[in-house]
Ligand binder design. Sequence first.
Ligand code: ADP
Ligand code: MG
Length: 227
Amino acid sequence: LEKEMVRLERLNLIGQMAAGIGHEIRNPMTTVRGYLQYLSKKDKYSDQVETFQLMIEELDRANEIITEYLFLSQDRVVDFKRLNLNTIIHHLYPLLSVHTKIEDMNIKLNLGSIPDLYLDEKELRQLILNLARNGLEAMSAKGTLTIATYSQQGNVILEVEDQGTGIPNDIKDKIGTPFFTTKLNGTGLGMAICYSIAARHNATIGFQSSPQGTKVRVKFQGCRGVS
Ligand code: ADP
Ligand code: MG
């Protein structure tokens, strides 16, 4: 538990720093984005529309990274509403399937009957997205990603299971440490964000992994549930 507290405090610090810097950087970025949009509509740059579009997309990507960091801060403003996890998953589904089109992968939903919970929708979207992305990235070429929900002893369980290569024992403890990644283009923030979001929802995260795949289980404790 103490280890968990230290970890959350570290995440919180990074999140707070990011919030400070992020707000400062966002203002000039918004200005630049506005000018780019303005210039891209000018006749004399009509042959450069694609270049402008690319520049705008890159700015948006930078903006998204700032948004991700903000999820690490424990005192970010959360908006808990009475929601059903299944609804959030259904809404996310089209976004998730985009990732599977190119490869021989599919996503299976196995959603049980679960009570509503008090959730911050944006945070839950981010949590599920991060877990699903990891699962899909672990499978590299083909396989099924299964997202399941069910009730168990008054708790709501969310499971994201992949048919990837599993998590080697020696890195299990490092997962969720900010910037820890084994991927060439990884940020190593995905799981740190998941832990941070889970903590704000009174939920815990556990792994079950073998060389045939990984199952990540998020357990929402009963007290925030609504029957
Ligand atoms: P990133 O995805 O940017 O590497 P994450 O925090 O999401 O950062 O994940 C950290 C590391 O944990 C990954 O680089 C990977 O080694 C490991 N990992 C997370 N989820 C899985 C999974 N489903 N299967 C295998 N390894 C995983
Ligand atoms: Mg990730």
